[in-house]
Design a protein around this ligand. Structure first.
Ligand SMILES: *Cc1c(COP(=O)(O)O)cnc(C)c1O
Length: 382
C-alpha cells in the first residue's frame, strides 16, 4: 500500500522517546525549551512556542492578535479548515478570498480588491497558507498588510524549510519571523516533522511570545516572572487571563528534537521526488504546479490536476495507491455555508477542487514505488 504521505520513525526517534519516559519530566520539563530552541534555529526565527497541535497553535495565535467578535480575518478557502476555525474560536468572522490558480495560494490581488471595497479598518488580519509547501510571497503581503494596518499569521504547516527570495535577493524561510507577525506549524504524522500530535508558533516579537506562552498554559503567570501582580511565596502563581492547556509533553518534544535532525534530509528527498514527478508529467495533460526559481517549495504535498479526478482516485485505489484530495474548499463546508458562504463564491478554488489529487510524496517513498505510481497515472490518463 502506498499512501499520499507517511511518517518516518527511526530507532533514534524511539530511543529519544524512551529516554524521556525514564526521565523525571514527562511534561513541562527541559525538553520543551530544547525543542523550541532547536526549531527556532532551524526556521531562523527568534522565538518558538511548542503546543499540543497545529490547531492549538492557530488558536493561541488568534488570541495573541486579539481576535474578538468584531474582528474580520481573511484566509484562503483551499486549506485545512483549522486555518479558518481559529478565528471562529475567538468569535471573529472569517472572510475568504479566492486562490491564484497557478500557485493555489491566496491571490494577493483578490485580497487587495476585498480591502479596496471596504472602508479602512474593516479587516484585522490575514492568515495566508503556504499550501502544499509553496511559500506565500510575504514581502508583497507585508506591504499590503501595512497599507491597511493588518497583522499576518502565516499557516506554515506545509512548509517547514520552504523559503523564497525577496526582490532584493534576500532569502526568507517560512515562519522566520521577518515578515509575518506569527507563523504556525503542525507535527501531525503526515507533516514534515512528526510527533503524533504537536505544533509550534514562531515569532520575532517578544511581547507576542510572552502572551503565547501564557495562553498555552491556562493563562497562568508563574514564579520568576516579573509580570506577577502579587507574590505570596514559592507556591504562588497567578491566573491573569483565560488560557488553555495546550502544552506539548516532553516525551513528544524529544521525539521532535530527534525528527528535526533529519528535517533537511527529508526536505531534499521530497524535492527530489517532486522533480521526478515534474519530469514524468511534463508535456502531458496532467497539470502540475511549477514554482519560479526564487521559490523553495517544501513539498508537503505533490498535487496534480486532471480532467477525470474521481476516475483516477478510484483507479489508483484498486492499485493500492492511496492518493488524497486537498482540500474540499472550506467555504463549502456545511458549517461555513451556515454562516453565509455558497457555491460559486470562489470559482478558482472550486475549479481547483474538482480536478486536484495529491499523489504520494514522503521521504521514504522508494524510486520503484514512485515509478509504479507514475506508470499507473500515465496509463490511466492516456
Ligand atoms: C495540519 C494542518 C493544520 C492543523 O494541524 P493539527 O496539528 O492537525 O491540528 C492546520 N493548517 C494546515 C494547513 C494543516 O495542514
Amino acid at each position: 500500500m502506498i499512501p499520499y504521505g507517511k511518517q518516518n520513525i527511526t530507532d533514534e526517534d524511539i530511543a529519544a522517546v524512551i529516554e524521556t519516559l525514564k526521565s523525571p519530566f514527562l511534561t513541562s520539563g527541559p525538553k520543551v525549551a530544547e525543542f523550541e530552541l532547536a526549531f527556532a534555529k532551524y526556521i531562523g526565527c527568534k522565538y518558538a512556542v511548542a503546543v499540543a497541535n497545529g490547531t492549538a497553535a492557530l488558536h493561541i495565535s488568534c488570541m495573541a492578535m486579539e481576535v474578538n467578535p468584531s474582528s474580520k480575518v481573511i484566509t484562503s478557502p483551499i486549506t485545512f479548515s483549522a486555518s479558518a476555525n481559529c478565528v471562529r474560536y475567538c468569535g471573529g468572522e472569517v472572510v475568504f478570498a479566492d486562490i491564484n490558480p497557478e500557485t493555489v495560494i491566496l491571490d494577493i490581488e483578490k485580497v487587495r480588491n476585498l480591502l479596496n471595497q471596504h472602508p479602512k479598518g474593516t479587516f484585522d488580519g490575514i492568515i495566508p497558507v503556504d499550501f502544499a509547501g509553496y511559500p506565500v510571497d510575504l514581502e508583497a503581503f507585508r506591504k499590503l498588510a501595512d497599507e491597511y494596518g493588518l497583522w499576518i499569521l502565516e499557516d506554515s504547516c506545509h512548509a517547514p524549510g520552504g523559503s523564497f527570495n525577496d526582490n532584493s535577493g534576500k532569502n526568507h524561510r517560512c515562519g522566520d519571523g521577518s515578515l509575518a507577525d506569527l507563523a504556525i506549524f503542525s507535527f501531525h504524522p503526515v507533516k514534515h516533522i512528526a510527533t503524533g500530535e504537536g505544533g509550534m508558533v514562531t515569532t520575532n516579537d517578544e511581547e507576542l511570545y510572552k502572551k503565547l506562552k501564557q495562553y498555552r498554559s491556562h493563562g497562568m503567570v508563574y514564579q520568576g516572572d516579573p509580570a506577577l501582580i502579587e507574590n505570596h511565596g514559592g507556591w504562588y502563581m497567578e491566573l491573569q487571563e483565560l488560557g488553555y492547556n495546550y502544552r506539548l509533553p516532553d516525551v513528544l518534544c524529544n521525539l521532535g528534537i530527534s525528527q528535526l535532525k533529519r528535517a533537511e534530509d527529508g526536505l531534499a528527498k521530497r524535492q527530489a521526488i517532486a522533480k521526478r514527478y515534474d519530469e514524468a508529467f511534463a508535456g502531458t495533460n496532467i497539470k502540475t504546479i511549477n514554482p519560479p526559481a526564487n521559490v523553495g517549495h517544501a513539498y508537503h504535498l505533490y498535487v496534480i490536476q486532471i480532467e477525470d479526478r474521481k476516475g483516477l482516485y478510484d483507479y489508483l485505489r484498486t492499485k493500492q495507491i492511496f492518493a488524497q484530495v486537498h482540500y474540499i474548499p472550506v467555504h463549502l463546508m456545511p458549517y461555513y455555508k451556515g454562516l453565509g458562504s455558497k457555491k460559486g463564491d470562489f470559482p478558482n478554488a472550486e475549479k481547483y477542487y474538482d480536478h486536484c489529487l495529491s499523489i504520494p510524496i514522503y521521504p521514504m517513498l522508494t524510486a520503484e514505488e514512485q515509478e509504479f505510481v507514475i506508470a499507473e497515472i500515465l496509463g490511466f490518463v492516456k
